[in-house]
Design a protein around this ligand. Sequence first.
Ligand SMILES: [Zn+2]
Length: 235
Amino acid sequence: MAAFHQHLGFSAFTGAAYSATLWYSGTVQPPVALLAGATCTFAGMLPDLDSDSSKPVRELFNVLGMVAALLTAHRLRRQTVLPPESCLLAAAVVYLGVRYGAAMLFRWCTVHRGMFHSLPAALIAGGLMFLVYDPPEMAAREAVAAAVSLGYLSHLVLDALWQLRSPEGFFALWHGGPLKLFGPSRWANALCWSLLLLIAYGVAIELNWVSPLEPYSQRWLSALDHPRHNPLAGR
Ligand SMILES: [Zn+2]
């Protein structure tokens, strides 16, 4: 399988190409294009969060914790009236939670190249980024979220290319290779696909494709209040 520095090189190449495309097509501002390229490069290492805690993986949780803390502080400052000190405290809690909590959880729950190396996982990563990163321009939000999925995918593709070179070759790739939709564990499949559906629902709400559940319950409540259903209503 491809080593850490090979994944880094491949995702950096993908990120540079993506960044250049965004820049020259004028889809987003140049700083956003650069951020998207850097995000893609970083995301290319994410699938190996499931491997045993070797040094690069520990570093990865460190960086991931810092990114999560930055995003938390940014969002809280922009969208709440919390004092700056509370935002900083919340960011510190998020950092520790990811650096130690998530790292421990991963060591317990994940199998190397289980469902963390799969196509739905690539979509989950991008969807999560879309939900947490909320800049004023929608184009920037979409570009950076897509960068995460793209970088993640670059990792899976490189792992798949490596698997093709193994003696089992194409057969191994077809049966549970890194570009799989389902793995051997039913629990992991159910968890992964439920998470993807939940995140897709969140993304659809943010894009105004569907409305959140609340208005529906309001509508049901007011329907129940109608005299036809509730003789006491309206008296
Ligand atoms: Zn891998």
